[in-house]
Design a binder for this molecule. Sequence first.
Ligand code: ADP
Ligand code: MG
Length: 242
Amino acid sequence: MEEQLRKSDTLSVIGQLAAGIAHEIRNPLTALKGFIQLLEDMIKEDHSMYFSVIKSELNRIDSIINEFLILAKPKVVQYIDSDIVNIMKDTIELLKPQAVLHNVQFKFEVEDEIPTIVCEPNQLKKVFINLIKNAIEVMPNGGFITINLRLLEGKEILISIQDEGEGIPPEKLQMLGEPFYTTKEKGTGLGLMVSYQIIDEHNGQIEIESVQGKGTTFLIRLPTRKDDRQNEGIHKHPNDYR
Ligand code: ADP
Ligand code: MG
């Protein structure tokens, strides 16, 4: 528990720095992409391989920058009363094409009446996207992803995302969420870091249960009532006082 807290403190410092840098890099990067495209249209033949390498590397930078930008807190944090079930439904719809491509099917279970909570819906959606994408990517031969929403003693919403992938070896478990830790050729190793950060800002927790050869379950706990800590006294929203 303590370990997790310390990790997220470090992450928020890294995050703030990185988000600042990410902002600065994004504009020149956009210009670069535009000019490369123009050049390609002009030169094309004989050099198409160079262009595809350049573009794929630029896209890689782009996705790293975008992950880091998520860590930048908007000036006014928009915590609004939102329906987690709907956010999850939207996410599943969004990822269905990718799932179909991988022969993956979703099972979506809502066990209780889930109350709305005060949160940043887009940030939470980002977390769900990250975790479900990881689940899809870990099942190259298809299978089921089970997404379950439950209410724990009225105090917490428990969201579980369970895959049938290869699982995570115990010694690798604590690496998850470290910046740039990835086992994928084209991975950024930032998705989980960003997700931990966002859930932390919602006073929630992420836990992982994994059985090698059987699959992995990511569990997100979100309090139904948010305490005031994360708002640092400046971003208070009327609904925070329900
Ligand atoms: P990326 O997906 O770009 O590699 P992430 O931060 O999303 O970065 O994930 C980091 C690493 O955690 C992955 O490369 C993978 O090794 C591991 N991981 C994440 N989710 C799962 C999962 N559902 N099953 C097995 N390993 C996972
Ligand atoms: Mg990922």
